[in-house]
Design a protein around this ligand. Structure first.
Ligand code: LLP
Length: 425
């Protein structure tokens, strides 16, 4: 969006999005009406430039304030090989939370030495896979995790660098399902248990304790809890490496003004310099704030009906975006084929799934939608594709990268055959 743009779009849309003179939404220089005609709907449409710009903002922001640092892509947010590839090209490191994400990160081209394996219930198989692949750091989450890794590493007569995940007893203001820093958590070691874990790892012959990790929650729009988390880590001793996790919130709605990447990084590095001292290696692990606003979802309106309310039903729903159903998350919507239409009435935008909870947006204003209209919901890059599913036998949508007017499918749409691909006999 440039200052001279005659039809300015909200900052919820990917960088570079615009409305063209046909009144159509353009993402990455591509007309979304043409994208829908060529690739079908529903579809995730990614502005590649947006992904790269945010990765660069993170890298530049961190290294300018703290040269000995690294930005890890928290890849659970958008575990798609092409996204890993772009972010690896932009020089990021990577956080994986399972063997599957590790496989994708390796395929996407990440240097195994810059991959960090997380997980509160890693299996021996996942640990062996990580060692085999040469994963740089494993983040330990429980005493059983420590014992298990020690055994697996010893069998290989190897030495493994590790971090210990701390639950710092700091809760950010977010949905309870995505808050992780509170004392009573399934993640990491609480402040009372941490000294024992630190001692245990320090004594382990085959593990090298590099430092501590914490991640207090996700979609946090206030920076103060991040500072308190750093302060809590500082009470546990002096380490070489601190991984301060992810969690920066994004704008899903035009009225939301989250802190900028630069302000977030400045807050973290200032806190680290103040309480952790000099000479530390600092890691940050953003997921959502790297990828959420890079992507929009396109749907086609199938039916419109009035049953007291007006119900606008599209060809996707809780199979491609579970977030409204799981967390009550709000999104915006517009008609991508009629961006300049004025006025509008209040509707419920719903999906095609067989349950009443399949509401993508309750009470959204749209200008007289009719079957065939193209609905866009912006800011679906984080945890959209990641949590997509096949409920009601709906094939999952493709992922389409757009850049300078060129569109390419990086994940194809699922087929009915794919739904049967795992059947035996
Ligand atoms: N590091 C760790 C260890 C994490 O567990 C997470 C997210 C992140 C980093 C990245 O956090 P972010 O920057 O994306 O906030 N499905 C939920 C979000 C779950 C977040 C899980 N952990 C949602 O759709 O809101």
């Amino acid at each position: 969006m440039s200052a001279a743009d005659p039809y300015p779009l909200s900052h919820v849309y990917p960088l570079g999005s615009r409305v063209n003179n046909r009144g159509h939404l353009e993402i990455g220089g591509c007309d979304t009406v043409e994208l829908a005609a060529e690739f079908g709907t529903p579809a995730y449409v990614v502005a590649e430039h947006d992904l790269r710009a945010r990765a660069q903002a993170y890298r530049r922001g961190l290294t300018a304030r703290h040269p000995d640092g690294d930005v890890l892509f928290a890849s659970k947010a958008f575990p798609c090989t092409a996204v890993y590839r772009v972010l690896a090209e932009e020089g990021l490191a990577c956080d994986v939370a399972s063997g599957g994400e590790l496989a994708l990160a390796l395929r996407g081209g990440f240097d195994p030495g810059r991959i960090y394996l997380h997980g509160n219930a890693k299996s021996p198989g996942e640990l062996n896979y990580a060692l085999e692949a040469g994963v740089g750091h494993i983040v330990l989450d429980s005493l059983h995790d420590i014992e298990r890794l020690e055994r697996v590493v010893a069998e290989r007569a190897a030495i493994q660098d590790v971090l210990i995940r701390i639950t710092p007893n700091v809760a950010g203001d977010t949905h309870s399902a995505i808050s992780t820093g509170q004392a009573d958590s399934k993640f990491g070691f609480g402040l009372a248990e941490a000294p024992r874990a630190i001692e245990r790892v320090a004594d382990a012959a085959h593990l090298r304790l590099a430092g501590l990790h914490c991640h207090i929650g996700s979609q946090l729009l206030d920076l103060e809890p991040f500072v308190r988390a750093v302060e809590a880590l500082a009470t546990l001793g002096d380490f070489d490496v601190y991984n301060l996790g992810g969690g920066l919130g994004v704008a899903y709605l035009e009225a939301q003004e989250p802190p900028s990447i630069a302000d977030y990084v400045a807050t973290l590095t200032d806190a680290a310099h103040r309480v952790l001292g000099a000479g530390k290696r600092l890691l940050i692990e953003p997921g959502r704030s790297l990828v959420a606003n890079s992507t929009v979802t396109l749907y086609t309106v199938e039916t419109v009906k009035r049953n007291i309310s007006s119900w606008v039903a599209v060809d996707g729903g809780m199979s491609d975006n579970l977030r409204p159903m799981l967390y009550g998350s709000r999104y915006e919507a517009a008609l991508a084929n009629r961006m300049l239409a004025t006025g509008g009435e209040i509707h419920h935008l719903v999906g095609k799934h067989c349950e009443s909870g399949d509401v993508i947006i309750r009470d959204v204003t749209l200008p007289s939608p009719v079957p065939g209209d193209l609905v866009v919901t912006p800011a679906t890059g984080a945890y959209g594709h990641a949590m997509a599913n096949n409920y009601n036998g709906i094939p999952r949508p493709p992922v389409i990268f757009c850049r300078d007017g060129d569109a390419r499918v990086v994940v194809r749409r699922e087929t009915y055959d794919d739904l049967m691909a795992r059947d035996v006999n």
